[in-house]
Ligand binder design. Sequence first.
Ligand code: SAM
Ligand code: TMP
Ligand code: ZN
Length: 409
Amino acid sequence: MTTNDHDCRVCGGRVREFLDLGSQPTANGFLPPEEADGVFLFRLAVGACETCTMVQLIDEVPQEFRYHADYRYRASGSASHRQHFQRNAQRFLRTELAGDDPFIVEIGCNDGVMLGTIAEAGVRHLGVEPSTTVAAIAASKGVRVLTEFFDEATAAAVHDDHGPADVVFGANTVCHISHVGSVLRGLDKLLKPRGVFVFEEPYLGTLVDQMAFDQIYDEHVFYFSVTSVRQMASRYGFELVDAEHTPMHGGGIRYTLARVGARSPAPAVARLLADEHARKLTDPQTHARFAGNVTRIRRDLLALLGEIKAQGRSVVGYGAPAKCTTVTNYCGIGTDLVPFVCDSTPAKQGHLVPGSNLPVRPPAAFADPYPDYALLFAWNHAEEIMANEAAFSATGGRWIRYIPEVHVV
Ligand code: SAM
Ligand code: TMP
Ligand code: ZN
């Protein structure tokens, strides 16, 4: 679909487009150089539903194009992620999974970053993960995995095979699933009467505050707010009973849904709803201002990179997260401005950033020799990366950041 009008995936209302990031490939579709010419492109644009407020992509890439054996995201790739999900698992073990013969299902368990800890504790669990290569890594950690897309039918099959679940968890996955109605109908079949659906996702409020427009890419079909999630839940017989800020991806929210009336909502729900209302998070003017600032970042970043090039100084990209695909393709950053990007993920090394075709090299290439500037694409890991690369700053190297605005540190 390429019109500016679109039916909301949650409620069927009219979605009003507010930002167009141009023609883009799938953000994690890192290709070997010999396959770069055949890259698949779609129009990356977002809008907000005039009825339920849900911010969402206008056009979408079929899920089978996004998640498959070549899906290169590895959740265990950063120490902070590993620690975060280990804590998450321990919290479930202390709370929802403390009863008799508990059972937890994770939607999009990836390489087992969370369920690994659950498996070690000997608690019944199942990961539902369609990307077979990452699913195999999870299995090698002792995690039980079903290599399917989660939907109503999968949920019913899991229930038939394993019985009802105390918890269904998802992290950075629920916002990827366009058939969210099918997911919620499935949860109604799978969860115990007092069972909970807990999911942690990037937050629209952070996106707007931090100007994190590079969080917009093919996989992120939805950009949740507490307001939109609450409305979504109520359409499918669920209630938003808790909402907590998390430090993930610069600041996400952990939502807890339960069947209507099964649990009393925590005071945080009303507090966060009031906060979103006060700051006009779902207002068209807020979205328009965001879109204007995105254009300014592109202008400033291209001006800075052009200036550095004119001075004969060097720049290397640091981190090749999916976000890097959005920024480089939207801004038109090619190897003339940034000759390569360093990334610690072996599966990305030797491949090209989709669309912009920047080669991805191992972190060792960064110091060989150090560039004058490093453009920090993995800005959500800034602390970890800048600490690891303290020698770069010590030799006079400067970091270029572009979120929330272009600046050099
Ligand atoms: N939970 C991990 C984390 O937070 O780092 C992984 C998140 S990763 C960005 C999203 C994962 O969801 C991918 O491994 C993908 O294969 C999986 N996924 C996408 N659609 C799915 C669906 N319909 N059902 C189950 N998993 C899905
Ligand atoms: P993410 O923002 O989706 O977590 O991806 C971060 C990317 O940055 C991932 O490809 C791994 C890479 N990375 C490094 O190259 N070095 C590092 O020290 C860290 C923390 C991440
Ligand atoms: Zn809607």
